[in-house]
Each structure stands twice: as structure tokens, then as C-alpha cells.
Design a protein around this ligand. Structure first.
Ligand code: NAG
Ligand code: NAG
Ligand code: NAG
Ligand code: NAG
Length: 499
């Protein structure tokens, strides 16, 4: 996505965000009506352990990547994931308390993903299915349902089976479309009875861009002039090949029973000024990041601006593929974090807080793509993991409350005033977790995880805020979220132990 990156440079000048002081004091979930679904989200690789052979799970490209990449990832990975995370699986999801926490906060839905190589170790169904893996997800889904929550299941959240990577280069090869289709069919057959909402792919842009253009996500491919750490790849062509196969795989996974969607991640690009060149630049950037998916999925072809700039590096769809692609979704999951503008704020280097961006993106999606049904499948903000900070202090996350309040308000305005069909909102994330290329150094959770003390979880202030927001601001309902007294002594003592 090189051209996209060039476009971005012109857009990084900060712009002013006008204040959100109009939010009424009593703003809460009742503004959205009863049918609106508030949920919270996770993904398999970020919260599951159980990567050992005793679970029957095959390795994914992320196992390989985090083991092989020298520097930060390795340190973070070995120090935390390897030492402690093998049991994370049992602690984090199966543990009844965990799903119960989501329910206790008042959420109605829980978004999770399934690890392909846990249910099909080699990725290819001909080689066999891992019954232990199927049983594991059956239990998880049962747990979600028994807590009265609606499961939203992502079929693929970046963890390509390593065996497919070795066999034919994973998403670089067209064969993955068939293997993916078999995998999706298996899930529909095994879990379709209890899962209505399915998402084929999580943020395909991140896979084609971060993994094949910048080389910072597994399998870490790119041109050496983009990132010297890459040993192989081609940033000019591979992102488009991968994108093409992701789109075809999405179209191949059709489930008759439930609702099917895809989640797309995009920044909002605010034109620097109202001059035509700036407007054009922002539309081009949106086309490269968002239209690259939305146009084929809605209209069966790549956006014209992308076609003009990328030329024949873009693969062609056949007539039959076009037919399959057009309107190949029941809903679109939008994942919004940030816009290009406003002041640097959160921990991750790409993060600039701009709540109005979510409203602009929603309106744009409605107008450009024929008013689809939309869920906000991710929205949230992180901060850095501070090793010396006492736990009680780390739970005070007013900045996160501000973020959620301002963003849910803008979602509300887009429903109310712009008549966008948004039917649900998922906070990212339920719990602090493994944040991909920056490991455990970033914390996105409503729940805090104490990595130094048996992965104990504590409701952050934002969890209590969300609970009150959902339960119509009745504070007593949320008292039970933080039963334990958190003492400074515990955390200070443990603060000494760290890599
Ligand atoms: C679906 O849920 C019901 C009720 O919890 C359970 O009896 C059934 O076994 C579940 N089906 C599958 C395929 O997990
Ligand atoms: C909005 O989307 C929902 C599905 O999430 C659908 O049932 C409903 O008909 C849509 N409403 C409009 C006005 O398009
Ligand atoms: C980490 O937390 C400690 C204790 O509150 C504080 O003194 C320190 O400045 C923090 N470090 C960073 C990098 O935020
Ligand atoms: C968000 O909300 C807080 C308090 O509600 C406010 O002070 C802040 O200016 C808002 N805007 C942004 C961009 O965070």
C-alpha cells in the first residue's frame, strides 16, 4: 500500500477537534433503545495459550513470527507468553468467572475468534480435524450462551496455519480460498446451531498491509527497502495478491443459516482543508484502506482510484467471482480507533484521538455503500504497560472513559441525526492482551491483567463506567465488579520482579 502511505504523509498535520461538551449528563445506553447490542471483544491468538502439542493445535504464523523475530517481540514473548501463557487458555476463557465478568458489566454480546490451526492443525481439512479443539470452542460458546450473551464469532483473525504457509505461501496462493472455505463450512456445521453472527475476516487490511507491505505482522514479508528486517517479499505486488485472495475467500464462505459479515479497519481521513486537492487526497486514502474491500464486496470491483494508481498489479475478478462478491454480506463490522489529525494521545504510535471521526466514517459508509447494516465491532484505546505502576493506580483510566463516552456519543449522533443503520457496538477489549507486534507492552482492556501475579484480573474504572452506562447509571449494580481491596503492598512487592 505504498501509494496509500504517500497519501498519508500529506494528512498528518494535526487539525483541531471541536469539543464534545454537548454530551448530556444522563447520556447512557437507554439513548440507543432496547434492541441495540453492546458487547465487548477479544481474539484467539491474543488471549489463548494452549499452543503446545498436548492441545492438538498446530502452529500458526504468529507462533513462528514471535519466536523468530529478534528484539522486542521475542523478549516480550518469551518473558510473558512462554513463561506464563501456556495456561492462559484455561484461565482466560474457560474459567467461568471470565465470561461472567462480561455479563456482570452488563454487555449483551461477546465477540471472539476461532483459531484455524486449533480446529484443523494443518489448515487443510483432508489432514484431519482436532476434536479437542472443536470441543474447546463448543464449551466456550456454551459458556457464552449460558451467561445470556450473544456470541459474535470471527472465523479468521490473522493466525494463518503455519502448515499452509509452508505448503504454498498462505494467502499468496489462490489455493487458500478452498482451504478457507472448508474451514468455514466446518465451523458452520459444528457451531451454526448456536452462533448467528459470523465474521469471515478480521481487518483484512492489516494482513495485506502490515504483514505483506510493512513486514511488521506475521509472516513478516516485504521489500527490503521498506523494512530491512524482511528476508523476502515484495511490497509493490504482494499486498494486492493477498487482498484479492482474502476477498475471494470471504465470498466463498456462505452460510445459509446465520448472518455473515466482515470486519474492516480504517482510519478516518479528514481533509486538511476544503481545497479540492485535500479532499481528493482524503478520498484516495480512504479508497486504499477501506474502498479496497468495500467496493468489491458491494459492487464487485476495486475502486476506480485504486485501479488507476495500481494498474495491472491489481488482480482481476472473473464474471462469476463478481457475482459472488456483490453484496456478499449481511452486515459490515467497522473497527474505528483513530483519524489522521488531532493531538497524539494514546500509547500506540499510530493513535490520535478524534471521536468525530467515527461519525464521519459511518456517514461516509452509509452514503458510499448503499446503507448497509453496521456493527461497530471494535472501538477502544490503549495505554502503555508501566512495570512500576501499582495496580490500584493502573485501574484509574479516566482517559479511557472519556474515549468511550465521546465515541459512543458520536455513534448515537450518527444513528439519530445521520440515520446510519448501526445496530451494535463492541468495546475493544474486554481484557488486556497480547497486542501483536508490540506484545504485552500495550493495554487495551476494560479489565486489567496483573502479569506479575498469576494473571489476576481487576475491573478498571472504565469497566465500572461501562457497566453504569449500560445499566442506566445505577451505580450499585456495578459494585460487585471490584470486590477485592487492591493494596499497594501487593503490587509494590511484585513490582521488583520483572524482566
Ligand atoms: C447448542 O446449545 C445447546 C444449549 O446450550 C446445547 O444443548 C447444544 O449441544 C449446543 N450445540 C452445539 C453444536 O454446540
Ligand atoms: C438495519 O439493519 C438491520 C440488521 O442489523 C435490519 O434488520 C434492518 O432492516 C435495517 N434497517 C434499515 C432501516 O435498513
Ligand atoms: C510508571 O508509574 C510510576 C508510578 O506511578 C511513575 O512514577 C512513572 O512515571 C511511570 N512511568 C511511565 C513511563 O509512565
Ligand atoms: C472527550 O471527553 C472529555 C470529558 O468528557 C473531554 O474533556 C474531552 O475534551 C473530549 N474530547 C476528546 C477529543 O477526547
Amino acid at each position: 500500500m505504498l501509494i496509500f502511505l504517500v497519501g498519508l504523509v500529506a494528512l498528518t498535520e494535526p487539525a483541531r477537534d471541536d469539543c464534545d461538551c454537548e454530551i448530556p449528563k444522563d447520556f447512557d445506553s437507554s439513548y440507543f433503545g432496547d434492541k441495540f447490542i453492546f458487547g465487548t471483544a477479544t481474539s484467539a491468538y491474543q488471549i489463548e495459550g494452549g499452543t503446545g502439542s498436548e492441545t492438538g493445535r498446530g502452529p500458526s504464523v504468529w507462533d513462528t513470527f514471535t519466536h523468530e523475530t529478534p528484539g522486542t517481540y521475542l523478549r516480550v514473548y518469551i518473558g510473558l507468553r512462554m513463561a506464563k501463557m501456556e495456561t492462559w487458555l484455561l484461565i482466560s476463557i474457560i474459567d467461568l468467572k471470565n465470561i461472567a465478568n462480561v455479563k456482570k458489566m452488563g454487555f449483551k454480546a461477546f465477540r471472539m475468534s476461532i483459531s484455524w490451526s486449533r480446529v484443523i492443525p494443518t489448515g487443510s481439512i483432508r489432514d484431519g480435524v482436532n476434536d479437542q479443539g472443536i470441543q474447546f470452542y463448543r464449551n466456550v460458546i456454551k459458556e457464552i450462551k449460558e451467561n445470556g450473551l450473544e456470541p459474535f464469532v470471527t472465523i479468521f483473525h490473522w493466525d494463518t496455519p503455519q502448515a499452509l504457509e509452508d505448503k504454498y505461501g498462505g494467502f499468496l496462493c489462490r489455493t487458500i480460498v478452498d482451504d478457507y472455505q472448508d474451514y468455514a463450512d466446518l465451523l458452520f456445521k459444528e457451531f451454526g446451531e448456536n452462533v448467528t453472527y459470523w465474521m469471515t475476516f478480521n481487518e483484512p487490511w492489516a494482513l495485506s498491509g502490515f504483514a505483506y507491505d510493512d513486514g511488521i505482522f506475521a509472516p513478516g514479508r516485504c521489500s527490503s527497502w521498506v523494512n530491512r528486517k524482511c528476508r523476502a517479499g515484495n511490497s509493490a505486488t504482494e499486498p494486492y495478491i493477498v487482498a484479492h485472495h482474502l476477498l475471494l475467500a470471504h465470498a466463498a464462505a456462505q452460510n445459509q443459516r446465520g448472518q455473515i459479515g466482515i470486519t474492516l479497519f480504517t482510519f478516518w481521513f479528514e481533509p486538511l482543508s476544503n481545497r479540492q486537492v485535500d479532499i481528493e487526497a482524503s478520498e484516495t486514502a480512504l479508497d486504499f484502506m477501506f474502498g479496497l474491500w468495500m467496493d468489491p464486496l458491494t459492487y464487485g470491483q476495486y475502486p476506480r482510484r485504486v485501479q488507476n494508481l495500481v494498474g495491472d498489479r491489481l488482480l482481476k475478478f472473473t464474471d462469476n467471482e463478481i457475482k459472488l462478491l456483490k453484496k456478499s454480506y449481511d452486515f459490515i463490522g467497522l473497527q474505528y480507533y483513530t483519524s489522521y489529525y488531532a493531538k497524539p494521545n494514546a500509547y500506540s504510535p499510530w493513535f490520535y484521538i478524534f471521536p468525530k471521526g467515527i461519525r464521519r466514517l459511518l456517514k461516509y459508509t452509509k452514503d458510499t455503500y448503499d446503507n448497509p447494516a453496521i456493527y461497530i465491532t471494535e472501538n477502544g484505546v490503549d495505554n502503555n504497560n508501566n512495570d512500576t505502576q501499582p495496580v490500584d493506580e493502573a485501574l484509574k483510566d479516566q482517559f479511557r472513559i472519556n474515549y468511550y463516552r465521546n465515541h459512543t456519543w458520536n455513534v448515537f449522533k450518527s444513528i439519530k441525526e445521520d440515520k446510519v443503520n448501526v445496530t451494535g457496538y463492541f468495546a475493544w477489549s474486554y481484557i488486556d492482551n497480547f497486542e501483536w507486534n508490540i506484545g504485552y507492552t500495550s493495554r487495551f482492556g476494560l479489565y486489567y491483567v496483573d502479569y506479575k501475579d498469576n494473571l489476576k484480573r481487576y475491573a478498571k474504572d472504565s469497566a465500572i463506567w461501562f457497566c453504569q452506562f449500560i445499566n442506566c447509571l445505577i451505580p450499585a449494580v456495578c459494585d460487585s465488579l471490584r470486590p477485592e481491596q487492591i493494596t499497594q503492598v501487593t503490587s509494590r512487592k511484585l513490582g521488583k520482579y520483572y524482566m
